[in-house]
Design a protein around this ligand. Structure first.
Ligand SMILES: NC(=O)C1=CN([C@@H]2O[C@H](COP(=O)(O)OP(=O)(O)OC[C@H]3O[C@@H](n4cnc5c(N)ncnc54)[C@H](O)[C@@H]3O)[C@@H](O)[C@H]2O)C=CC1
Ligand SMILES: CC(C)=CCC[C@@H](C)[C@H]1CC[C@H]2C3=C(CC[C@]12C)[C@@]1(C)CCC(=O)C[C@@H]1CC3
Length: 343
């Protein structure tokens, strides 16, 4: 059955970022098509095509008749499935590029990650020209590096690509950050601050991430400075990791962490537990609450400059960190302490 042409195809459009992106695109008068392996919402203005990014026949049904593709799909960054990360983020992205060219799609905007330059050590004011992490902190990040390299290398005079690198996205309908933090607090695992609590990091409110994506797509085109480049998109307000997390968990009705634990002690315990988890994996499946990745993110500086986006796309955050935290907490009534929600 022939489907209507669309301005945008949002791959992963049923996810946290994807759904917010679709809503904003519609508000701006664009026509939107969604391709995702699951359907999580209804909207009569959107054409949904349910399929797998890794299956050529599925993607071919979605890719024709669109001007620009947003590629937001990824397995959950908190899952632990190296094979799936590679299948979707690398092989799926290669197939997408092949079919974009086959279908005559002009523009591709990838949702990458600021973590592609992060090796678990301090990054203060990181810029986009930092080298890719030679030792990525996990398989997710390793495949996001490969994915970004593939997309930026695909930029030509006829097919324009760029990458948006958000960091620590939060907001209404976030399935990763807030629910995980609340689950830890609910299980009494949020009593300790890892390290001295003075590590500065970026958290980015979802509306600002969406804004950065739309600016990137609107500035991407023949002869544009944006072509073939990566752009950090943050709230431009680095905050102490533990100040942010304390505001979130106390806003959700749980106690603030009180005691400090040495960062290196917690990190090596996390590495030890990860090794035990791998050794036991043939016999039982257990994923430690605090993986080396989470501990590193909780105990080191990692904040980034978005000067390039300000200069090339006139980016500036639309929602402040304080307003974003307030809106987020208000939106998660069901998860508040004593609420009826599950984690
Ligand atoms: N959440 C965060 O803090 C950050 C996320 N990102 C990136 O942003 C993008 C969106 O992330 P979120 O919205 O948070 O994740 P999400 O898990 O809410 O959304 C991802 C969507 O991709 C879809 N998907 C996964 N595999 C697929 C496949 N094989 N075929 C079709 N669809 C598939 C899922 O069904 C889901 O709807 C991802 O690329 C992620 O790497 C980057 C930086 C930070
Ligand atoms: C250790 C602790 C208190 C954990 C609770 C919060 C964490 C679940 C989040 C804190 C930083 C977040 C983060 C991501 C996922 C959720 C957190 C670990 C990403 C790994 C998501 C995908 C990315 O591309 C990078 C993000 C970095 C920050």
């Amino acid at each position: 059955m022939a489907i209507m042409d669309a301005d945008y195809l949002v791959i992963g459009g049923c996810g946290f970022l994807g759904q917010h992106l679709c809503e904003r695109l519609l508000e701006r008068g664009y026509s939107v098509r969604v391709f995702d392996i699951r359907k999580t919402f209804e909207n009569e203005k959107i054409t949904f095509i349910i399929g797998d990014l890794c299956k050529k026949e599925d993607l071919m049904a979605a890719i024709q008749g669109v001007s620009c593709v947003f590629h937001c799909a990824s397995p959950s960054p908190l899952s632990n499935n190296r094979e799936l990360f590679h299948k979707v983020n690398v092989e799926g992205t290669k197939l997408l590029i092949q079919l974009c060219k086959w279908a005559g799609v002009q523009r591709l905007v990838l949702t990458s990650s600021a973590s592609v330059v992060y090796e678990g050590k301090d990054i203060k004011g990181g810029h986009e020209d930092l080298p890719y992490a030679a030792q990525p902190i996990d398989a997710y990040t390793e495949t996001k590096i490969m994915q970004e390299q593939i997309v930026l290398a695909a930029n030509t005079k006829d097919f324009y690509t760029c990458a948006v690198r958000p960091h620590g996205i939060f907001g209404p309908r976030d399935p990763h950050l807030l629910p995980t933090a609340v689950d830890l607090a609910r299980r009494g695992k949020f009593k300790f601050i890892i390290g001295d609590g003075k590590n500065l990091v970026d958290f980015t409110y979802i509306d600002n991430v969406v804004h950065g994506h739309i600016l990137a797509s609107e500035n991407l085109g023949g002869g544009s400075v944006v072509c073939g480049k990566a752009y950090n998109i943050t709230n431009d307000e680095p905050i102490y990791f533990w100040t942010f997390m304390t505001q979130i968990v106390t806003g959700m009705g749980y106690d603030a962490p009180k005691y400090h634990l040495p960062y290196l002690l917690v990190y090596f315990i996390a590495v030890f537990l990860m090794l035990i988890s791998r050794l036991l994996s043939p016999f039982c499946h257990f994923i430690p609450s605090f993986t080396p990745m989470k501990v590193a993110l909780a105990g080191t500086h990692h904040f980034y400059l978005c000067d390039r986006a300000k200069k090339d796309m006139k980016y500036k955050p639309l929602v402040s960190l304080d307003d974003g935290i307030r809106k987020t907490i208000e939106s998660f009534e069901r998860l508040k302490n004593g609420g009826e929600g599950d984690s």
